[in-house]
Design a protein around this ligand. Structure first.
Ligand code: NAP
Length: 248
């Protein structure tokens, strides 16, 4: 039977690296994207060229109707999924709390928290043995920021990732007896476009000296942990928050 995996925010960065690696492990991968359809299609082509199975689906994870439509399409085209990686995430420019706008906070929590809750809800509805599903695995992509707090940078983002950690713990316990494992990875400073989105393209290089391993990480290094958590090799691992942060 096909193992179907949805990776949100997979057009680039950690989501793209996870999709490639998961496809190599035999997952049929749904590459979700928000705006960058061309990059998502190119990734699908790369996976297919390697002999894997993938399709790209657009949905803004913070929009319930779009997420519901995406899950419905997966059901119709491929069947029930057994893997979800809640990876889509956003940061904003560095700022103090007293300089942040309401609109910024809404986006931060809508995408990072509500998007993850929403996709997890739809995945549980399909995976839970309570509803006739065959079980599955959910991996939430949190951040070391949840531990560090990110003062004068983006503590709203850090707080949102803290919520993702708490959701991981609660959901892991809630569905453990229904065949679903729920875990999170907490990346540290990883070389992706997200830092440029936050107005700091050189952030990894500038802060690498604060990392005990004295370097930033690669998306691939985070993907390895995610794909392991999805796999049967992690069959007794649930509720884990795995730091992939070079010791930071
Ligand atoms: P990235 O390179 O900026 O990529 C972000 C991805 O998320 C893109 O594929 C983007 O899609 C997608 N996305 C953004 N908003 C979305 C939405 N509303 N709906 C659906 N997709 C959306 O980021 P990254 O560094 O790979 O980060 C991936 C995850 O790791 C995030 O959750 C992030 O918070 C976390 N993380 C990253 C680091 C790091 O240092 N890089 C550290 C800790 C945690 P489009 O391309 O279509 O816009």
């Amino acid at each position: 039977m096909d193992k179907i995996l949805l990776v949100t925010g997979a057009s680039r960065g950690i989501g793209a690296a996870t999709s490639v690696l998961a496809a190599r492990q035999g997952w049929s991968v749904v590459v979700n994207f928000n705006a960058r359809g061309d990059e998502a299609q190119a990734l699908v082509q790369r996976i297919v060229d390697e002999g894997g199975r993938a399709m790209a689906l657009q949905a803004d994870v913070s929009q319930e109707t779009q997420v519901m439509a995406m899950f419905d399409q997966i059901d119709r085209q491929w069947g029930r999924l057994s893997g979800l990686v809640n990876n889509a995430g956003v940061v904003d420019v560095a700022a103090r709390l007293d300089q942040m706008s309401w609109q910024r906070w809404r986006r931060m929590f809508d995408v990072n928290v509500l998007g993850s809750l929403l996709c997890a809800r739809e995945a549980v509805r399909r995976m839970s043995t309570r509803g006739g599903g065959a079980g599955g695995a959910i991996v939430n992509v949190s951040s070391a920021a949840a531990r560090l707090g990110s003062p004068a940078q983006y503590l709203d983002y850090a707080a949102a990732k803290g919520a993702v950690d708490t959701m991981t713990v609660g959901l892991a316990k809630e569905v453990a007896a229904e065949g679903i494992r729920v875990n999170a990875v907490r990346p540290g400073l990883i070389e992706t476009d997200i830092h440029a989105s936050g107005g700091q393209p050189d952030r990894v290089r500038d802060l690498a000296h604060q990392v005990p391993m004295l370097r930033g990480g690669q998306a691939q290094e985070v993907a390895q942990a995610i794909v392991w958590l999805l796999s049967e090799e992690a069959s007794y691992t649930t509720m884990a928050l795995i730091d992939v942060s070079g010791g930071r």
